[in-house]
Design a protein around this ligand. Structure first.
Ligand SMILES: Cc1cc2nc3c(=O)[nH]c(=O)nc-3n(C[C@H](O)[C@H](O)[C@H](O)COP(=O)(O)OP(=O)(O)OC[C@H]3O[C@@H](n4cnc5c(N)ncnc54)[C@H](O)[C@@H]3O)c2cc1C
Length: 399
């Protein structure tokens, strides 16, 4: 029997599997996708997430895989420049974009060096096995049954483990979707990687140079009920009409490189309980995060550290089911304050953006008053970023 079955090899599952097998705990990690390149995966790591990777001893992996630092953040509203903030904003390292597929592959390759690790890829977890009202393992899509002392659901925002365990997700009202584009980068971004947030008329998008060489990422915000036929839209013209002239020129001259976008549904929420007897949820499965200011991977990696701190001593001591189940509530209690606060800050930031996007009068006033209020707006934005970048509670790997 596996000591721990982990469902889903995103950043939460892959990092947790590696931490546990390195400490002598037998883990079976199950990933539905056949490879890591098919699913959309965010790239932004904040100083808190980079610190978590360092604590896990994974900083050297980062040096070997495609990554790119951000140099600054700039805001342009109604065609007028609002403010700019330089990285690293008082932190010890800048926000860094990291290509997730090679990061996940490298973590799994390291885990495979340990005899207690098994990776099952390309098969979904379909259900949970129960013995005497306690989760005792999982059933896979190919009919296999795998028993475990503990099942950890790290299968993301639509978690099957969460649903099968009967754990409720309280969702925040859904109002936006994101259209995610990639296109050829301009040399200007390669030299100075600014994360631009651009709001013009009632449209908004963000653009930056991703981790991959020569690729810009563009996230277009749309109302969840927007029925525009986005596949037919002439995007280069749309982007150009909202952008400063140098950027507009780039969109027009590189229109042919704009890849068909992926529509990403933004699910945000929190489970009142992250656990049931024999099962624990972590990362997006327990608290799906919005993309605003790249929080999800960072808080997920910090979940992993806290879970390892609690679980490793129990598994080393061959603790019984009661002791293991008691630790699950302590893991949630330690992580929940940071998640609640991070989601609150994301809501505030998104609400400000949406207010500006939807209200022409506020946009107009902001543009007129920009020279007078620029400094104050910049300060209030910076204040909120501190917690979102550095983390809200203390998280130290102790095992
Ligand atoms: C548009 C967008 C942009 C984002 N950008 C960023 C960003 O830049 N930085 C950041 O920190 N966060 C970002 N986020 C949030 C971030 O993507 C998530 O918070 C983060 O990926 C959570 O990691 P996870 O491992 O918990 O879940 P996931 O990354 O969703 O991984 C879950 C894994 O489980 C697998 N899986 C699912 N179901 C099953 C099953 N039944 N059986 C087996 N395997 C299964 C999936 O294939 C997947 O590999 C973004 C989110 C969105 C929507």
């Amino acid at each position: 029997m596996a000591q721990i079955v982990i469902t889903g090899a995103g950043p939460t599952g892959a990092a947790l599997a590696l931490l546990l097998v390195k400490r002598g705990i037998a883990v079976i990690l199950i990933e539905a996708a056949k490879d890591f390149h098919r699913v959309f995966r965010g790239e932004g790591l904040m100083p808190s997430g980079l610190d978590a990777l360092e604590q896990m001893g994974l900083s050297t992996i980062l040096e070997r895989i495609p990554h790119r630092q951000l140099d600054a953040w700039e805001f342009i509203v109604g065609g007028k420049w609002l403010f700019r903030v330089e990285e690293p904003m008082g932190a010890d390292r800048p926000c860094t974009l990291v290509l997730q597929p090679p990061l996940l592959e490298a973590m799994i390759a390291q885990a495979q060096a340990y005899p207690g690790f098994e990776f099952i890829q390309g098969v979904s977890v379909k259900d949970l096995l129960w013995i005497n009202h306690r989760v005792a393992g999982v059933t896979l899509g190919d009919g296999r049954e795998i028993s475990a002392e503990l099942v950890i659901g790290t299968d993301g925002r639509n978690s099957v483990v969460r649903q099968r365990a009967g754990l409720q997700l309280v969702r925040q009202p859904k109002d936006v979707d994101i259209l995610w584009f990639k296109l050829a980068a301009s040399p200007r971004f390669a030299a100075n990687n600014v994360f631009y947030s651009i709001l013009n008329k009632d449209c908004g998008f963000s653009i930056f140079h991703g981790a991959e060489e020569g690729k810009l990422h563009l996230a277009w915000v749309m109302s969840a009920d927007d029925r525009t036929d986005w596949k037919q839209t002439k995007w280069a013209e749309v982007f150009a009409s909202l952008s400063p002239s140098w950027m507009a020129e780039h969109f027009r001259s590189h229109a042919g490189t704009i890849e068909t976008p992926i529509r990403l549904s933004v699910v945000v929420g929190r489970c009142p309980s992250w656990y049931a007897p024999g099962v624990l949820l972590l990362g997006d499965a327990a608290h799906p995060m919005s993309p605003v200011r790249a929080q999800g991977i960072n808080v997920a990696l910090r979940d992993v550290i806290v879970a390892a701190n609690h679980l490793v001593p129990l598994f080393h001591a061959e603790a019984g089911h009661e002791e293991i189940d008691a630790a699950l509530s302590r893991i949630q209690a330690e992580r929940e304050p940071e998640i609640i606060r991070a989601q609150q800050l994301q809501i505030e930031e998104a609400a400000q953006g949406e207010q500006l996007r939807k209200n022409a009068l506020i946009r107009w006033l902001l543009i007129q008053l920009a020279p007078l209020v620029r400094k104050r707006i910049q300060q209030s934005w910076l204040k909120r970023q501190h917690e979102m970048r550095q983390g809200i509670t203390q998280v130290h790997l102790t095992v």
